[in-house]
Ligand binder design. Structure first.
Ligand SMILES: Cc1ncc(C[n+]2csc(CCOP(=O)(O)OP(=O)(O)O)c2C)c(N)n1
Length: 566
């Protein structure tokens, strides 16, 4: 039944109806809607920048596997759009709401406004203008629908009035109709065609050295158990993308680890040796395939994906299985015959992983000062609670955590930056908002930490108790090596391009109200992490490491050093 209500009330009721518990924003936007939201129990998280608000909504969305909402007024729209690049690349259902000048003000030097469409086009699945309140019900539902359906991603609604006041201030007879399917990802679970599954089973049966590469689509679908069951049934080794790391536990004998450019050499070698690769919910971009060399072009490939446009994208001729990963893998399991044929191959792969483990063990147990990042990863592995979410920044932070922090418990989650340095700190706040009962640990370099350091004040203000572990080498570590190499023999100062001051990040954090601990010796890491996890406020553990401890280069089929710069 339609009811007379304001746009602000309608928006608040719809968000509550779709299960949104937090919104992330910078003033001044949708003020009356925010007041209505308070009455409905939605928490309003006021941030220190629109990009951070987008990252928080992104972390929130990835953790919940459901929509996250961020908002900005017109002049903040460009900052907010910048923050949508990350959820766009990460396939995260973020809904961005902005204000824009009324049509009569546009193209007349309207105060504080440029065109929004060109900013949002490349980073959203849907960008729509809301000129009248009557449009809002349709466009808001469409926003939830598009964000959560198929391959999830950000959407944007540009609402009339630079603070969206035209929409929220208007009144109309409105029905609060919520479509529950779009409260979470996946909104739908399309089943693959039986004939295609039979073909895939046949191809798999003809292989001698198959490998599974599991991506973020496995997590999004909740298909981890199905992937492990299929792998176990046939003894197929499993590599993952960084986003797919949650798929199986570290100790699983079929787990090869992360493959691609940010990877373990053992995973790269085994996937390169495979004679068939089964990608499951994996984007086949250059990061996971190490520049499309692993697997090599032309190798038989089967690809399971919910997005038809991904099937064959980088491996033309791939057998495409369109559908939800859980249903597709279950269907494939039913279509294959259990077999021992791949056992020797799986054993070969396991030994390769064991060799990698033996090789890095001395670094994981190193007592060196400055601390080795590998030792930090081991300490973090051992302290990570069974239900923790680990949120990792990009660059070395992704390599260290992706390859050397082990997930040992089925309840642990791993959420990693798709590539935007500085994402992890604000994203971890969003993750904690989505799962307040879980311990949330952010892992970042100091370069990443500095981006949004002010959000620690936000965390303190709202009591968002995250633990931030900073691998502090006082430098853009991933860049320092290549920059110094480029300078070799040339006069000048490479440090200008990549070295920071030795400011104490723990002290900066303390000033904002956090628990801040600086750690300089390996034996201090465990007690510091324990204290941080038990703290009654957000905590920062600053671990001093050495910029001359770079993360390992990826193994290439050509054995050439083919790592691209960050
Ligand atoms: C928005 C953005 N700008 C620049 C980069 C390039 N980049 C990748 S890693 C990196 C250095 C990271 O330094 P830090 O966070 O201190 O971590 P470390 O490498 O020292 O572990 C840079 C500048 C990026 N990925 N994203």
């Amino acid at each position: 039944m339609a009811q007379r209500m304001s746009g602000g009330r309608f928006l608040a009721e719809m968000l509550a109806g779709y299960g949104v518990t937090h919104v992330f924003f910078v003033e001044a936007i949708l003020r009356t809607a925010l007041i209505e939201m308070e009455a409905l129990g939605i928490r309003r998280i006021l941030t220190h920048g629109e990009k951070a608000a987008a990252y928080m909504a992104d972390g929130y969305a990835r953790m919940r596997r459901g929509p996250g909402v961020c908002m900005a007024q017109s002049v903040g729209a460009a900052n907010l759009a910048a923050g949508l690049q990350e959820p766009y690349l990460g396939g995260s259902p973020v809904i961005a709401l902005t204000g824009c000048q009324r049509p009569i003000a546009r193209y007349r030097n309207a105060y504080q406004e440029i065109l929004h469409a060109p900013l949002y086009g490349p980073v959203t699945k849907l960008h729509a203008g809301v000129e009248t309140l009557e449009q809002l019900p349709f466009l808001l539902r469409q926003a939830f629908r598009e964000a959560t359906s198929g391959a999830p991603g950000p959407v944007h609604l540009d609402m009339s009035g630079h603070q969206a006041q035209v929409i929220e201030g208007a009144e109309a007879d409105l029905d609060v109709v919520v479509e529950p399917a779009f409260r979470q990802v996946p909104a739908h679970r399309p089943a693959p065609e039986a004939g295609v599954l039979r073909k895939a089973a046949r191809l798999l049966g003809q292989a001698r050295r198959p490998v599974i590469v599991a991506g973020g689509g496995v997590s999004a679908s909740g298909a981890g158990a199905e992937v492990v069951a299929l792998a176990e049934r046939l003894s197929i080794p499993v590599a993952t993308s960084l986003n797919g790391k949650e798929t199986l536990l570290e100790a699983h004998p079929l787990n090869l680890g992360v493959v691609g450019r940010y990877s373990r050499w053992c995973a790269n070698r085994v996937v390169a040796e495979a004679d068939l690769v089964l990608f499951i919910g994996c984007s086949t971009g250059d990061l996971v395939t190490h520049g499309w060399t692993i697997p090599r072009p032309g190798l038989p490939v089967i690809q399971i994906d919910i997005d038809p446009s991904e099937l064959g994208r980088s491996y033309p001729g791939a057998l495409g299985v369109l559908g939800d990963a859980t249903l597709a893998v279950r269907g494939l399991q039913e279509a294959v015959c259990a077999s021992e044929a791949f056992r020797p191959w799986a054993e070969h792969a396991r030994l390769m992983v064991q060799r990698w483990r033996d090789e890095i063990e001395p670094l994981r147990t190193s007592d060196a000062v400055p601390i080795r990042p590998e030792r930090l990863c081991r300490e973090l592995t051992e302290r990570l609670p069974a239900d923790a979410a680990l949120v990792a920044d990009t660059g070395f932070a992704a390599i260290w955590t992706g390859t050397m922090v082990y997930l040992t418990q089925p309840g642990q989650r791993y959420l990693r930056c798709a590539g935007s340095l500085g994402w992890a700190l604000p994203a971890s706040l969003g993750v904690k908002c989505a799962a307040p009962e879980r311990p949330v640990v952010c892992f970042t370099g100091d370069g990443g930490f500095w981006y949004h350091v002010g959000e620690l004040e936000t965390a303190c203000r709202y009591g968002i108790r995250t633990v931030t572990v900073v691998n502090n080498n006082f430098a853009l570590g991933q860049c320092a090596g290549p920059i110094r190499k480029l300078y070799a023999g040339r006069a000048g100062n490479p440090d200008d391009l990549c070295i920071f001051s030795r400011a104490s990040l723990a002290a900066v954090a303390r000033e904002m109200g956090c628990l801040g601990i600086r750690v300089e010796a390996p034996g201090e890491i465990a007690p510091a992490i324990r204290r941080a996890l038990a703290a009654d406020r957000p905590a920062v553990v600053e671990v001093i490491t050495d910029v001359s401890s770079p993360a390992p280069e990826p193994w290439s089929p050509s054995q050439e050093n083919s790592r691209k710069g960050p």
